[in-house]
Structures are given as C-alpha cells and as structure tokens.
Design a protein around this ligand. Structure first.
Ligand code: C2E
Ligand code: CA
Ligand code: CA
Length: 637
C-alpha cells in the first residue's frame, strides 16, 4: 500500500550508491505496510520491536511507554533475549537511562557521554555503548522510547544505528499513536463508521508523513543533495569497503569564498538558486561511486572512493576549475570560487569524523594560500577554524575572566585522608561548553596571555585554599608552565599575590619535569624563593622527560607525581610496574613524597598500596570538580 518512499528526483537517480540503502528501506517499508493496517496494539508493538531489533542488530529490544499517570513507564513490547521477562514491568519515571531520555527528549547513545554531568557519567559510563535509546514522539504527546540493548556479537551501537533507529522511531510513532487511538476508540465504543473513517484519515497521514520524514531526514531541502547524516552514513560505508578492498578514499571539503556577500547582494532566494546550480554542476561531474553532500551553509563535501592522494588532488583541481566558470542567475553572471581541503583515508584519519575534521583543517589552510586547494598536513593543524576563532575569543576570555578552576582531590593511600586538591583550569563558555586546558593554554601562551592567566590561577587557588583551610587541612596545587617561571617578574608577582608564609603553606606548585633539563641553573633561585614562601614544589608528569631524580634532589622539591601513562596499565604491564616501583623506592630514599596520578581503578590502587606509594589522584576517587561541588565532596568525604 505504500509507495517507494524516495522521491524519484534526478538526485536519487544520479546517486547510484543509494542502492546500499535499499535493504533498510525495504525493512522500513514492510514495517509500515504491516503496522499501518494493524489495529491490535500488542501486535503493533511486537512487529515494531522485532523490526527495530533487526535494524540495529540488538540482542534485546524494548519499548517502554509512558503510563497515563505520567509517573511510571511500562515495557509494552519487546523482542530478543530476556524480553519475555521484562515486558509488562513498570518502573518509576526517573529511573535509569529511560529517565534521562524522558527528561531530555533526546536519544541516548555513546555520543551523549561527553555532554553528561560528572555524576551522570559515573552512573552510566559503563552502559553507554551497550545501550541505545531513541524517543518516540507522537504528534501531541511524548509517548516513550525504543531501546536496544547489547549489540549482537559485542561492540557498541554506532551513530549509524542511532540515525536509523531515530528515523524508524519517527515513523512508527505515528502508527503506534494511531493504534493507541483506535484502541481508545474501541474502549469508548465509537460507532463503526466513525471508526473506519478516522482510521482511514490516520493511515493516510501515516503514509504522507513517512514519505516526508524519510526524505527530510536524509536530504538537504535546498539542493536535494544528501545531508550531513546521509553523508556520514555513506562515508562510513565507503570506509568499511575500503578496509576490505585495501583502497584509499579521498575526502574533499569545499567551502565557497565570500558566499555570504553574494547571498546578501543577490537576496536569499537567489542565493538558494545559486546553491542549487552549484549542486547540479558538481553532481553532473561526479563518477557513479562518488557522493556529493551539502553539510550546511556554503559547505559541500565529496567522497572519492578508491582514489589515492595524487588522484584526489587532481580531482579537486578539476572540480575547482569547473566551479569557477560563471553561473547565470536571472540574467546575471556570477562567478564563485571555493576553498578546497582534502584529507586521505586511511593515512589522515581512519573514521568518518576525523577525516572530516582534517579535511576541514585543510580547507581552512586553503583559505589562506594562493591556490585555494590544500591537502591535510598535521603540522598546520593549528590553523584550523577552532584555533582561529579561539584566538579572537581568548583575549575577551581573559579580560572577562571566563576561566574557572576545577579541583581534583589527592588522597593519602595509607589512611585515605584527603590531603590536597589540584586546581585544573577550565574555560567555560556558552558556545563551546567547557574547554579543557590542553586546548587553551597553548593559545594563551601564543598570545602572550599565559602569565596573566597563571597569576590569576594562583590567586584564585589561594583564595579558595584559605576558605577551605578554615575547616579542613589541605593544600591546593596550581600548575605552572615553564613559560611563567621564566618571567623576570615572577618573584615580584608571586610575592604580591601570596605575600607570606602563612599563605604559602596552603599552596603547591606543580612544574613539569621537562623544564629542568635545560633551565636548571637559572631556575634554582626562583624555586628557592618559592620554597622560602612555604610553597611546596611538585614535579609533574614524572617519567615522561629525561631528568634524573638524583639531579632533582638538588632543587627544593618535596613531591613527585608519576605520570598517568605509567599508572593506567600498571596492573597489566610489567614494564610500567617496574618503573612505578623503582621510582617510588628511589624517591623515598631521597625524602620525597610520591603521588600517582590517573588512578582509575582498584587494581591500580592495590599495586600502589603494595609499593607504598603515598598519595593517589584520579577518577577512581573523583573527577575534577567545580569549587562548589568540591565543597560538597569535602563535606561528604
Ligand atoms: P596534569 O597536570 O597532568 O593534570 C592531570 C590531568 O589528568 C587533568 O587533565 C585531569 O583531569 C586528568 N586526570 C585526572 N585523573 C585522571 C584519571 O584517573 N584518568 C585520566 N585519564 N586522566 C585523569 P586536565 O584537567 O585536562 O588538564 C590537562 C593538563 O593541562 C594538566 O595536566 C596540566 O598540565 C595542564 N593544566 C591544567 N590547568 C592548568 C593551569 O591552570 N595552568 C597551566 N599552566 N596548566 C594547566
Ligand atoms: Ca598537574
Ligand atoms: Ca600530570
């Protein structure tokens, strides 16, 4: 009863590789055909559960639906392992991942992990990859969700699974809502005619919406080209094929130059028309196995399967020339040009996201060079968009003090006492979220702002330390970059901020090991001064550089931190275990305290305890927390 959902536009005709999709589309169609005419609600759930399970290859598939009381949900349908036992069960709404999906009305999958609060992360990190759940959104109400558990054959649910399941859910939700409506009507014994008419209308709507939804979810509405999600899907498939066939893939990202100006000059309708014409021209010149997609705005991307670097660059050059021939828009000749970035699979990225992001870097590089065409070069990656924008923002960030310190506890291994906290910088902005220090410290340094930032960090950490020390006894550690230690005004500034031994005793400075190799002599005075102020000195990332402990002993160092790369696998890697053990012994002989950073599990803790390591820091104890949460952590500890 349902037509083929793709509109037969020339886009689709040209896009030969869409054939790949037919198996899934077939499955979707069969599902609609069956449930579209099915009135028995339980049967609808049964069909939906089975089909969805096949679609994402889940061991178990469940359909939790919101109950009428809006306080609980009930598993109304299921398929696969253990589903018999679970179907029929009801649970409180806020419970588990289901609760999260209700609350946020967004799908749950591996990719949301990054957005979770630390608490949620701790709760669900383990389940993240083994579970996928998309919301079932009715026309008027939020209905519930479809949830897959455990990928058949192990592994994690991918973004592709997510896209498929979302599309599936958006379409079946209509059928489910229909069947529920019919169910209700039956209950209220509406007359037969009424009932049939209503059903007819509903089914017609179902047909329309399913066609529309599928089209919308895969294609860009302006140009009719595949959109970002279909592009990702296609690229992932091409990558799988390329792995088997041991072939290269070229990824070509095109960003139109000054399109914004063109768009403003022409007006948006003609701007859209121009985009369409660009799409058609590029499309006409594609080979049958290539995919052209629009990522949004004035960004296009082309996948070049089975193309090596030289071939991809040649292809890019040809397309670039082609693009630069004038377009005729309502009797006006318009010349456009584009910046072309190329990234190669597998050398410059072995998954869709990294390839795209590298093509993006190359494209930004291309914007700045004369040819307008560039192959990804990791050495030039600092020129990426993220970086450029960051440079513009970072001054404001510093001026407006958009930085925040997070604190991570250090605990004594022997008696579990919380003895210190390390202050770790975060840049918190609305547009970017929470930016980790590895990304912004370098930018600060390149812009001559790092010293200002570091003095700010010392001052903030000290203020916080003074407050906490009214009730607790703990030092707060601040990371100092070598750059700041070398500042001729370092002593003067630290003196201004810290001023007295009374304050100094609340602080530790963490300094990376690498510094000491070259700057040993010139730093001695500075470090001795720091020491006199009562501040502890700690050698950070120990083991990654070249200094020897016996050389460090000549400096007033009281603590060393064994780098987390040694701690990570200390329970399984014999070499790491030996390094850790001998470092602890030697440091103890030299009278230093040893901290292990990056302690993530009990197994590591056990070994550290065995070798008498003094202090542990890591996710096992806590992630770095904002000051207010650390406050709470102190209270609860
Ligand atoms: P670091 O000094 O080695 O800090 C420890 C890093 O390890 C932190 O990353 C922390 O979040 C992370 N970490 C803590 N526990 C674990 C664990 O159990 N497992 C793993 N895998 N990681 C853990 P973060 O906060 O991203 O900081 C990165 C680096 O940035 C720091 O490394 C430090 O060198 C630098 N940094 C942070 N804040 C500042 C600052 O205010 N000034 C300067 N100059 N550098 C800073
Ligand atoms: Ca540190
Ligand atoms: Ca470290």
């Amino acid at each position: 009863m349902i037509n083929k959902p793709h509109k037969k536009s020339n886009v689709v005709d040209l896009n030969q590789s869409l054939k790949d999709r037919e198996i899934e589309i077939d499955l979707l169609q069969k599902t609609f055909a069956e449930i579209g005419s099915e009135l028995d609600l339980d049967k609808v759930f049964q069909i939906v559960a089975e089909r969805a399970r096949t679609l994402v290859q889940a061991e178990t598939l469940l359909i939790p639906l919101l109950d009428e009381n809006c306080e609980t949900y009930t598993y109304r349908g299921g398929s696969g392992k253990n589903s018999d036992e679970i179907v029929g069960e009801s649970l409180p709404l806020e419970f588990g991942v289901c609760g999260w999906v209700w609350k946020h009305k967004r799908p749950w999958w591996l990719g949301v992990l990054d957005e979770l609060s630390d608490d949620e992360k701790n709760l669900w990190e383990e389940e993240a990859g083994t579970m996928i759940m998309v919301p079932l959104q009715g026309r008027r109400h939020f209905l519930g969700g479809i949830s897959g558990i455990n990928k058949i054959g192990g592994g994690e649910f991918t973004r592709r699974d997510l896209n498929l399941l979302q599309m599936f859910a958006s379409i079946v939700s209509i059928a489910i809502e229909n069947a529920m409506a019919v169910n209700n009507m039956e209950k209220t014994r509406t007359t037969n005619d009424d009932y049939r008419m209503r059903l007819e209308v509903l089914n017609k709507q179902l047909l329309e919406s399913s066609k529309e939804l599928e089209y919308l979810s895969l294609y860009d509405t302006v140009t009719g080209l595949p959109n970002r999600s279909l592009f990702h899907d296609r690229l992932s498939r091409n990558i799988s094929q390329a792995i088997l066939a041991e072939e290269y893939i070229g990824l070509l990202l095109i960003d139109l130059n000054r399109f914004k100006e063109v768009n403003e000059a022409l007006g948006h309708d003609r701007g859209d028309l121009l985009l369409k014409k660009i799409a058609r021209r590029l499309e006409r010149n594609l080979k049958s196995n290539e995919t052209l997609a629009r990522l949004g705005g004035d960004e296009f991307v082309i996948i070049l399967p089975d193309c090596n670097e030289a071939q991809s660059m040649r292809r890019a050059k040809d397309l670039k020339v082609l693009l630069e021939e004038p377009f005729n828009i309502v009797n006006t000749k318009i010349v456009v040009s584009g910046s072309f970035g190329v990234a190669m699979f597998p050398v410059q990225g072995d998954d869709a996201s990294s390839l795209l992001s590298h093509a993006d870097s190359a494209m930004y590089e291309a914007k700045n060079n004369a040819t307008g065409l560039c192959l990804y070069d990791p050495a030039l990656d600092h020129m990426t968009r993220g970086h450029l924008v960051m440079v513009a923002d970072i001054r404001r960030a510093m001026e407006e003090r958009q930085f925040e310190l997070y604190y991570q506890p250090k605990i004594s291994i022997k008696d579990k006492k919380l003895i210190a906290a390390e202050a770790l910088g975060r840049w918190v902005t609305e547009e970017r979220g929470t930016v980790p220090p590895d990304s912004f410290i370098k930018v600060l340094e390149q812009n001559g702002l790092l010293n200002e930032y570091t003095y700010w960090a010392i001052e903030s950490a000290l203020q916080q330390a003074i407050i906490w020390n009214r009730e607790y006894n703990l030092r707060v550690a601040v990371n100092l970059s070598p750059h700041t230690l070398m500042d001729p005004k370092f002593i003067e500034n630290v003196d201004k901020i810290v001023g007295s031994k009374e304050n100094g005793q609340y602080l530790t400075f963490e300094i990376t090991e690498n510094l000491f190799l070259s700057e040993y002599d010139s730093l001695k005075d500075v470090l001795e001064y720091v020491c006199q102020l009562g501040i502890n000195l700690s050698i950070d990332d120990y083991g990654t550089g070249y200094s020897s402990l016996s050389r460090l002993i000549k400096l007033p160092v009281s603590e060393i931190k064994i780098d987390k790369s040694f701690i990570k696998n200390v329970d399984t890697n014999k070499d790491d275990e030996v390094v850790v053990k001998s470092t602890i012994d030697l440091a103890h002989n030299l009278g230093m305290t040893v901290v292990a950073e990056g302690v993530e599990d009990e197994a590591a803790m056990e070994i550290l305890r065995k070798y008498n390591c003094d202090v542990a820091q890591g996710f096992l104890i806590s992630r770095p927390l904002p000051a207010s949460e650390f406050d709470q952590f102190l209270k609860d500890y």
